[in-house]
Design a protein around this ligand. Sequence first.
Ligand SMILES: [Zn+2]
Length: 639
Amino acid sequence: MVADRLDVVAVRIEDVGGVVLRGVLRAEAGGAVVRSSCGDRRDVERVDGGALVTLERDVRPADRAATPDPEVESVRIRQVRECVRLLVHDAVAERLQRPQIEGLRGLEVGDVDGDVRERHSGSFRSVQSPRMILENGVVRTMDPSLPTTRALAIAGEYVAGGVGTHERALPSPEVVDVGGRCVLPGFTDSHVHFPTWSLTRREVELEGTSTLGEAVERVRSHPRHGTWIRGYGWRSADWDEQPTANALDAVTGDTPALLFSKDYHSAWLNSAALARAGGDLDVDGGVVERDESGAPTGILREESAWQFRARVAMPTEDEFVDATREGLRIAAGRGVVAIHDKDGWLGAPGVFQRIASRDGLTLRVWQSVPYERLPELAALGIHSGIGDDFLRIGYLKAFMDGTLGSQTAWMLDGSGVTITDGEELAEIVREGARLGWPVAVHAIGDRANREALDAFETTRHLWEPLGLRHRIEHAQCLAPEDVARFSALGVACSVQFSHAPSDRDLAERFWPEELDGAYAFRSLWDSGALVANGSDAPVEELDPLAGIRAGVRRTIDDRPAWQPEQCLTVEETLLATIVNPTWLTGDERRRGKLLPGYLADLVVLSRDPIDCTVDELETVEVVATMVGGRWVHNPPPWD
Ligand SMILES: [Zn+2]
């Protein structure tokens, strides 16, 4: 709809140890106003012609049709007015809630309450922070009530205002000419193995090898450093010959070699590496491939591969810190302001902590820990969210099954590998809920996803009242009847748009009967599920713009879109990469949008992706990145 009668569009409130006003947005005459998307789950009061209308309050789409009870509404309207008044009195009197105060400064409160405006304009001048105004570009707030503004004011770490900002209220601000470019809230990568990805950037790159010989040649010609040859990215499904230890031995000699497959669920070892395991390769949930004589061929899958690495071939923390520091620079250059990391099992918290204390982090980390560590967390009394604005331990990670590429996805036809079954996951979810932890569970096959959904359903009465935000990672192959269950349960799908075009050939080959529910991003979106996008780097490159293109185009070569009915729009892919991930970290009222009081985490793009044709998306580039009001990539001026 277009704003005509809407004078104030939205009053945002938040309960942080008392009620705090986040901001008031005005509509521009003739400006577009859209309803909150399915990714928006928070308190918003919409104001229409001076009357407050409840829009939604942490509801799922299925609940939206319900007509609000007018009596309840009038109570809520009074509550909002009261909130506004209380905020101004209390916050100013006690000098509390400085972020929220900064968020308000410079904003004109519209018709909600004349009393507020008066107090407001006289009260917030004394807060001291660096001030900046970005102007002369398209600022996309990602807030449906007011999608674009022409300028953005930043005070300290926070967005101070957009529309309605009185620049005079920001004494001597630094003014940045955006030069017609586009400003968006920064990207989140919702599924990344960050230290591992950082390290793989230094390893033998085996991606794109189409024969065994080509892979072996790359190992031979790669410069050596360290005591191991490490490599990554092979996918042998289409190779003429399958990889073996013998094939590697010819070029590696006695240096141990450990080469992970592209999906990271298989490892290819040479004889020197196998020897280091001392014959101890078989583990629960793992596969050791053997020849006719019973000798290992050099291929380990699932737990066997991971435990070999953990036991015999772990990179040192120094190695990880070094590589991750460089990885952070690259991520900043790609507009990434936050990640949901999956490397908790191999010491990522310590790696990030070392970097944070020495140089500071340039993105915000929401860290996984293996669910197996729950007893230790319980013993220490640690709950989800411990940490600070840059590094928090957030969620437990579990695995239902393997992957498509390794043919270890757990399928309803009985094939694949079971790492955790539904009953076991239910127990994990139960125990997690008891101790205040949400669960992220890897599920690729349709059986794995069904059992995971079953587990969340049978435990719902325990975790739902706690507001725990669970997630299924990948959700790659779904029985069509399971698609709507994500939304019904309030369990998020953490998917990777890039996987669809990368995996299309394998999916058609291994899942010919299951394609209807494979990489079903549009179906999931339309069902009202919360869809968050990630790269799964190093499985795909850590590059949100590439993920956005993949979600929109569903092709990465000259072929037409794969399953074009499952394509998403640019707006939807942006929501999945910017806004929706913040719900998973409980930050949906402080990050992911360029609204007053939100953290100033943003990316400057060379052009507005929403104003592009699908083909032009390729030309959109990251110009600069800001995290918490500080430029972390390519500070201005530009040109
Ligand atoms: Zn992953």
